[in-house]
Design a protein around this ligand. Structure first.
Ligand code: ATP
Ligand code: MG
Ligand code: MG
Ligand code: MG
Length: 466
C-alpha cells in the first residue's frame, strides 16, 4: 500500500463511522502565540476541546501536517539517528468532541489496524496509564490482548509521563493508551517501558489521548465539560509497517525524495545519513514556506533558517557545490502535491525563497567549514572550543545546532559554557558601543545593530539545541 492509499483508507474508515473529514490546518497555528508550530492533529481543535468553540460536528478525522523542530516537541536531533523521527510528518487522527470515549476509540483503532489494514495482532503491544483501569479492561477483556502485551506506564521520576498527555503546562490533558508495532528480533530495542525501549524494534504507531481535564495555572485538574478523544498516528511509521520495511526512510515517499536528493547533489552513495536528513528537511522547509514562514533571525523564521542551513551543509558534505535544495521542491510536489494542493500553488514561491536563502549561506559555508577543519586538526581532546563555535556562528552564519550536528557526526562535543562566555563578551561590547553612540550625541548610523541582534536570535531562536 502506498502512503497516499493509507492516508485515504484512514480517512474513509472514519468517515464511514460518522466522522467529518477536516483538512489539515497550516503549520503556523492560528491564534496561538504559545506554540511554535502545529505539532499534532489536535492543535486546530484546541478551543473545541476546551468548550470555547462549537463546530457543526462532534467527530472529526484529519491527516495533519506537523513539524517538531523546536519548542516542547523537538525531534530535530533525532533525524538521521532513529528510523522513526522526522522534523515534518503527517499525523492521522480521529477526534471525539464530547461524543464517544475510551471504549469506542480503542475499538476503532484496533479494527482499523487489524481488520482494514490486516496487521498481525500478535505484533501489536499496548500501553495504558498506570491507573487507567478502564482502558486496561477494554484491551484485556474486549479486544483480548494478552496481559503480557499490555503495559502500564506511570509517571517519570522527573515529573513527566509518556502516558499522561498534556498540551503544555496548562490546558487539556488526560491519560493515554498507545499502540506499538514489533518490527521483530532483527531490529534492536526493547518493549515499551523496558530500559532499551528507545531502539527501533517496538515502534509507537498510534497514541490515543483521553482528554478528561483542563489543567489551570496552579496545576489543578478541572474536569472538562465532556470528556473527549484525540488520537495521532504517524503516517510514515504506519507506511513502514505496511510496506514491510523497518525504517521510515525506506517507504515509497522517502525513496522518491532520497533518489531526487542524490540526483541534485550528485552524491555517490545511493543512501546515506546526509541524504536522509536532506529528504526529511526538504519537507519541513517547503511546507513551512508554503504556510508563510520566511527565513529570519528570530522565532519561527530562525527555526526555518536552521533547518535550511543544516540541510545545505549535508549537501555540501556529500559533494554538492551549488544550491540544490530548491531543486527538490518539484520532486516533493510530485510525491505530495495531490494531497496538499497548497504546496502545488506555492511551489514557485518556495523555490525562489529557498534558492535565495541557500545562496546566501553558500557564500560563507565553504569558508566556515575550512576554518572548522583547521581547528579540528589541532584539537586537543574531544571538545570544540567556545571561540570556534562563536566565530562560526557570528561570522559564518553557522547556527549552534549546525555545529553541534557536525560535532556529533565526529564524536565530538561543544564547549557551550565557552560559547556562552563569548556571547556575553559580545553583548558587553554592544552595550559599550551603544553607550558610546549616546555619549557622542546619538549618531544612529554608527551603531552596530547586527551585534545585538545575534545575541537576540540565539536567545530567542531556540539555538540552544546541541
Ligand atoms: P515517540 O515517542 O516515538 O517520539 P511521541 O510519543 O512523541 O512519539 P505523539 O506525540 O504521541 O508522539 O504523536 C502521535 C504519533 O505521531 C506517534 O505515535 C507517532 O506515530 C507519530 N510521531 C510523533 N513524532 C513523530 C516524528 N518526529 N516523526 C514521525 N512520526 C512521529
Ligand atoms: Mg516524541
Ligand atoms: Mg511516545
Ligand atoms: Mg506518544
Amino acid at each position: 500500500m502506498k502512503s497516499a492509499d493509507i492516508r485515504r483508507s484512514f480517512l474513509d474508515f472514519f468517515a464511514q463511522h460518522d466522522h467529518t473529514v477536516v483538512p489539515s490546518s497550516p503549520l503556523v497555528p492560528a491564534n496561538d502565540p504559545t506554540l511554535l508550530f502545529t505539532n499534532a492533529g489536535m492543535v486546530q481543535f484546541k478551543d473545541v476541546f476546551l468548550g470555547r468553540e462549537k463546530r457543526p460536528y462532534s467527530r472529526a478525522a484529519t491527516s495533519q501536517r506537523c513539524v517538531r523542530a523546536g519548542g516542547k516537541h523537538n525531534d530535530l536531533e533525532n533525524v538521521g539517528y532513529t528510523a522513526r523521527h522526522h522534523t515534518f510528518f503527517e499525523m492521522l487522527g480521529n477526534f471525539s468532541f464530547g461524543d464517544y470515549f475510551k471504549r469506542d476509540a480503542i475499538h476503532y483503532a484496533w479494527d482499523f489496524l487489524t481488520d482494514v489494514l490486516g496487521l498481525t495482532p500478535e505484533r501489536l503491544w499496548v500501553t495504558v496509564y498506570e491507573t487507567d483501569d478502564d482502558a486496561y479492561n477494554v484491551w484485556a477483556n474486549e479486544i483480548k490482548v494478552p496481559a503480557e502485551r499490555i503495559i502500564r506506564i506511570g509517571d517519570d521520576p522527573d515529573g513527566g509521563s509518556d502516558n499522561f498527555w498534556q498540551m503544555g503546562d496548562t490546558g487539556p490533558c488526560g491519560p493515554c493508551t498507545e499502540i506499538f508495532y514489533d518490527h521483530g528480533p532483527e531490529v534492536a530495542g526493547g518493549p515499551p517501558g523496558s530500559p532499551d525501549e528507545d531502539g527501533d524494534r517496538y515502534i509507537e504507531v498510534w497514541n490515543l489521548v483521553f482528554m478528561q481535564y483542563d489543567r489551570d495555572a496552579d496545576g489543578t485538574l478541572n474536569p472538562l465539560p465532556s470528556p473527549s478523544v484525540d488520537t495521532g498516528m504517524g503516517l510514515e511509521r504506519l507506511s513502514a509497517v505496511l510496506q514491510g520495511v523497518h525504517s521510515n526512510y525506506e517507504i515509497d515517499l522517502f525513496q522518491d525524495l532520497i533518489a531526487a536528493a542524490r540526483r541534485v547533489t550528485g552524491a555517490q552513495e545511493a543512501d546515506s545519513a546526509s541524504l536522509r536528513v536532506i529528504a526529511d528537511h526538504i519537507r519541513s522547509i517547503a511546507f513551512l514556506i508554503t504556510d508563510g514562514v520566511l527565513p529570519s533571525n528570530e522565532g519561527r523564521g530562525y527555526v526555518l533558517r536552521r533547518i535550511i542551513r543544516r540541510a545545505a551543509r549535508h549537501g555540501f558534505q556529500i559533494g554538492s557545490e551549488d544550491a540544490f535544495l530548491y531543486r527538490l521542491v518539484r520532486p516533493l510536489i510530485d510525491t505530495m502535491g495531490e494531497a496538499y494542493p497548497e504546496l502545488v500553488k506555492a511551489g514557485e514561491q518556495v523555490e525562489k525563497v529557498l534558492e535565495k536563502e541557500e545562496r546566501k549561506f553558500l557564500e560563507t559555508l565553504d569558508h566556515g567549514m575550512k576554518i572548522l577543519e583547521e581547528d579540528l586538526k589541532d584539537l586537543q581532546g574531544r571538545v570544540i572550543p567556545g571561540e570556534t563555535i562563536f566565530l562560526l556562528y557570528d561570522t559564518y552564519g553557522f547556527p549552534v545546532d549546525l555545529t553541534g550536528d557536525i560535532a556529533r557526526e565526529r564524536g565530538l562535543e561543544l564547549d557551550m559554557a565557552g560559547f556562552e562566555a563569548e556571547m556575553e563578551k559580545q553583548r558587553e561590547r554592544a552595550r559599550a558601543a551603544s553607550r558610546f553612540s549616546m555619549d557622542t550625541g546619538n549618531l544612529p548610523g554608527l551603531e552596530d545593530h547586527t551585534t545585538e541582534f545575534c545575541g537576540y536570535e540565539y536567545l530567542e531562536g531556540e539555538g540552544r539545541v546541541v
